[in-house]
Structure formats: structure tokens, C-alpha cells
Design a protein around this ligand. Structure first.
Ligand code: UGA
Ligand code: MN
Length: 364
């Protein structure tokens, strides 16, 4: 327990920082920077400068074991957190780090628009292959930039891979590590397999058991996501959709929109589907899903999206909420990582007691 006088100084320091930040929010939300055509102030940097200046005036008794650096560090982090959350919610989306314990920053200084909290549950199927750790790392680095994400990473495996547990822990994104192996009868199929279906249904089961509101999104581990996509889907009431860029000759999978209305679907493969959309092209409200206890994804290659969306009945195409500026923006790409052969075995004797053996544990 720190002496009372030190505790008072810590409190005073934090209070100083907060006062400066609130002052700054007030200024940046008002006459300072919001006039059209005027350059917008960089509230984060200005706030940090102000906080630093305030802290330089604080007298700290270092003999009591509390260093000025520590206090300044803590205060600066608080300032950065508050200012980022405020400035992000002001432009309609929170783009900043997410704590493992959840959190999320919603603005709320004077004159700020408050963004309602709504968790995006991102269900990511994944399986062991040479590209896995690279793909998951890339996806995680995207999710780290988005507020209020809960990542459900579901391995197509009978056991949780320990190295993935360590990897997922390292990102600071709130997550659950789950497993759901593809049923044996499908593994043996020579042609198209229902990839990621067991995983996604496991994710849905977790949501039914643990979530009450928010949005569900199926995000395959090898796609490319713009951070703005997650804030687009955040306020989904039933089911929302948007364009997906494809790296194929069709180039796109998207609702067709005319005069603000859905008039059909553009996709390289319609195949009699009621909802001919890509897995990355829609999100579903958790409440809407919970009202449909039987909704799940069928083990039907090529018809997973359509099959799942049909199980959300009663739900018709005209009820789709169109996102990404009436489907005029591409905020997600169905990229595919090139499949590679596993790496060769290394000579365990030759590399004994070197980093090579532990590095080899990470790669496939
Ligand atoms: C996309 C869809 O995500 C699939 O659901 C769909 O079956 C497929 O298109 C299709 O319509 O052909 P695609 O990019 O072709 O998938 O396939 P992958 O990215 O290889 O797999 C989809 C997801 O399932 C990935 O997140 C992947 O990690 C996972 N997966 C794949 C498994 O968990 N197990 C597997 O054996 C294969
Ligand atoms: Mn893919």
C-alpha cells in the first residue's frame, strides 16, 4: 500500500490529465476544428502535449518509490485512450486497440456523437497448413484496430493447438479459442468439401450460449478486411450485406442496387440460390439469430451461405440492410492465400540446442 500522500499525488496527476483531455475534446468538437474545409486538429497529439506539460509541473516524491516516468506513462496512456475513443466515435467509428477484457471506447465529450456499444462477434474457421499462422496474424492485426470485437477462432481439429493459443493471446483482441473438426464423412470426399462449416456452426453455438446482442460475421482467415467494414455492420438490425471483391474473372459478389433498392445479386455463380452471396458479404444481428434457434449452416459445398440465410426464415431479400454506402464501396476482399507444400524436416542433430528447432515448431 502506498503512503496516503503519494496516493493523493497519483490521483491529482490522473485528474490533471483527464481535465486537459476533456478540455481538449470540448475544443476539438467545437469551433476549433469542425468547420468545413478547415484542417482538422490532431487531438491525439495536442492532448499528449498538454498532458506532458501538466505533468512536468507535478512534484513527485521519488524517494517513496513512485517514479515520475511511471506516472507520466500511465497518464499519457489514459489520455491517448480517451482522446482516440472520442475522436473515433466522432467520425462514426472506433479505430483503436481492444483490450482482452473487452472494453471499447465510446466517445462522449461535450458535443460528441455517442456510438452505442455493439459487439461484433467474428467467427473465423481455421485449419493447420503452412499459411495458417501468417493468415491469422494478418487478420488479427486488422481486428486489433477495431473496437469491441469478440473473435471466435474455431479450429478444424480434435484438439486445440497450443501454439495457436499462445498466438491468439498475444494480440490483445478479446477472443475464444474453440475446436470443431470437419466430420469424417466429408474429409474423405475427393471433390468440393464443406470447408469451415463445422467451425462456423460451433461459433454459432457459442453465440447462442454466451451472447445476447451484437452482430455475427463469418470472417475466413485468408480474406482481406478494411477496418471500416466492422463499423458498417455494427448496427445491423436483421441481416446486412455489402459488396465483396473477388480476385476472379467476375471480380465481384454484391447485391445489385438501383435507386437505393435491392434489385438482384451480382455473382459469378447464381445456381438457383435465393441469396447468391459470398461468405464475407453479410452479417446477422445476434438477437435476430437467437430468435431462430434452428438457424445453422448446411454441409453443402457452394450452398453454405444460401443454406444458412434460408434457415433465418422468415427473412426475405427485400429486408436486407444495404451497407457500404448503398453497396458502392468494397471493404472486404475474398482473397485466397496460395497453397504451399509443408516445409522439409530439419536435421535435429545438426540443429540441436539452436533456435532452429523451436522455430520449426511454429511453422508447418
Ligand atoms: C469460401 C467459403 O468460405 C467456403 O465456406 C465455401 O465452401 C467456399 O468459398 C466455396 O464456396 O467454394 P474458400 O476461400 O474457397 O472458401 O476456402 P478456404 O478459405 O480454404 O476455406 C474457408 C474457411 O474454412 C477458411 O477460414 C479456412 O481456414 C477454413 N477451412 C478450410 C477449414 O477450417 N478446414 C478445411 O479443411 C478447409
Ligand atoms: Mn478463403
Amino acid at each position: 500500500m502506498l503512503p496516503v500522500s503519494i496516493q493523493m499525488r497519483i490521483l491529482w496527476t490522473l485528474a490533471m490529465g483527464t481535465v486537459f483531455v476533456v478540455l481538449l475534446q470540448y475544443q476539438s468538437s467545437g469551433a476549433w476544428s469542425q468547420q468545413q474545409g478547415q484542417p482538422v486538429a490532431r487531438p491525439d497529439l495536442v492532448a499528449e502535449d498538454l498532458v506532458s506539460m501538466a505533468l512536468s509541473k507535478v512534484v513527485v516524491d521519488e524517494s517513496a518509490g513512485v517514479s515520475r516516468d511511471l506516472l507520466m506513462g500511465i497518464s499519457r496512456q489514459i489520455a491517448r485512450y480517451v482522446v482516440y475513443s472520442a475522436s473515433c466515435s466522432n467520425v462514426g467509428g472506433g479505430v483503436f486497440g481492444n483490450g482482452v477484457s473487452g472494453g471499447g471506447g465510446y466517445g462522449g465529450g461535450p458535443g460528441m456523437t455517442t456510438v452505442e456499444p455493439s459487439t461484433v462477434y467474428v467467427i473465423t474457421p481455421t485449419y493447420r497448413r503452412p499459411e495458417q499462422v501468417a493468415d491469422l496474424t494478418r487478420l488479427a492485426q486488422t481486428l486489433m484496430l477495431v473496437r469491441d470485437i469478440h473473435w471466435l477462432v474455431v479450429e478444424d481439429s480434435h484438439v486445440k493447438s497450443p501454439h495457436l493459443g499462445v498466438l491468439l493471446q498475444s494480440f490483445g483482441v478479446r477472443y475464444n479459442h474453440l475446436i470443431a473438426p470437419m466430420p469424417e464423412r466429408f474429409k474423405k470426399i475427393r471433390g468440393a468439401k464443406p470447408k469451415g462449416v463445422a467451425n462456423r456452426n460451433r461459433g454459432l453455438k457459442w453465440i447462442r450460449q454466451n451472447a445476447v446482442e451484437g452482430v455475427v460475421y463469418f470472417a475466413d482467415d485468408d480474406n482481406t478486411y478494411d477496418v471500416r467494414l466492422f463499423n458498417e455492420m455494427r448496427n445491423t438490425q436483421k441481416v446486412s450485406m455489402w459488396p465483396v471483391g473477388l480476385c476472379t474473372r467476375t471480380g465481384l459478389s454484391t447485391p445489385i442496387v438501383k435507386n437505393g433498392q435491392l434489385v438482384g445479386f451480382y455473382d459469378g455463380w447464381i445456381a438457383g440460390r435465393k441469396f447468391p452471396v459470398d461468405m464475407a458479404g453479410f452479417a446477422v444481428s445476434v438477437k435476430f439469430l437467437l430468435e431462430r434457434p434452428n438457424a445453422q449452416m448446411p454441409y453443402k459445398p457452394g450452398f453454405e451461405e444460401d443454406g444458412f440465410l434460408r434457415t433465418l426464415a422468415p427473412f426475405e431479400p427485400h429486408q436486407i440492410e444495404l451497407k457500404a454506402d448503398n453497396c458502392t464501396k468494397i471493404l472486404v476482399w475474398h482473397t485466397q492465400t496460395k497453397k504451399n507444400e509443408p516445409s522439409l524436416n530439419v536435421d535435429k542433430e545438426k540443429y540441436k540446442n539452436t533456435n532452429i528447432l523451436s522455430l520449426k515448431e511454429i511453422i508447418v
